[in-house]
Ligand binder design. Sequence first.
Ligand SMILES: [Zn+2]
Length: 291
Amino acid sequence: MTTHAAGLDPTSFEQDETLERALDLLTDRPLVVLGGAGMSTDSGIPDYRGPGRPERAPMTYQEFVATPQAQQRYWARSHLGWGRMRHAEANAGHRALAALDPELLITQNVDGLHEAAGSRRMIALHGRIADVVCLGCREVTSRAGLHDRLETANPGFADTHAAAAVRPDGDVELDDTTAFVVPGCETCGGALKPDVVFFGENVPKDRVERCYAAVDALGDGGGALLVVGSSLTVMSGFRFVRRAAKAGTPVVIVNRGTTRGDELATYKLDVGVAGFLGALAGVGADFSGFS
Ligand SMILES: [Zn+2]
């Protein structure tokens, strides 16, 4: 059964039957939580699949590795975006989820805000934007360090393009990037790539297997899968919902707008994630975050 609770008045939050049932279902059970971009919108990181966001075609892995010009274009845009994204802070939803401390938190976000809020038992499915990997020697270094090198190599660039619009993956709108200087790996001189999973690139297999194992364990332990702030557009996350549903494990989806998993959900709630997580974790004394 799928129950939609769209358009709820926040003041009726505690009375709403669907919410009550969903909270009852999730309370005192082993949980795996799958989180997406909707977790971070309150931190000022836009959800490019959310309402009102433009369609875009992100650079694929194949495009990135094909030419130095593509890497130049990527890093020039990303340099501007990350200069702002690095200052984003965890919000009430991140903190509630850290307090909830599920068996495993699988996040599709690369912003590092769950870690900042104190979540520990977690897997960053698509990697972390704060890490950089060398395509030559596979050494992983910090984005903060590269940011400083990019600043030094491109003086004044960030100020010149300060008005460009930032995107959720740290990318920005920017056309002319031919003058941007991209330093190579300090160890081997190889090309550097953010240590995140690009479109056209697979999530590392061991990472996927750890997630599947946690989802499978829910079936044995009377647990449930909770999806928060994801439209489940990308198969890398949706497959865990399918896996849980196939095993008969209850699935609750909390997201603004429809998701690809709605038909598989025991309950689907079209409400704000921060208020819901606050109520579930018992840290939501008021529902000011419920919007
Ligand atoms: Zn290297």
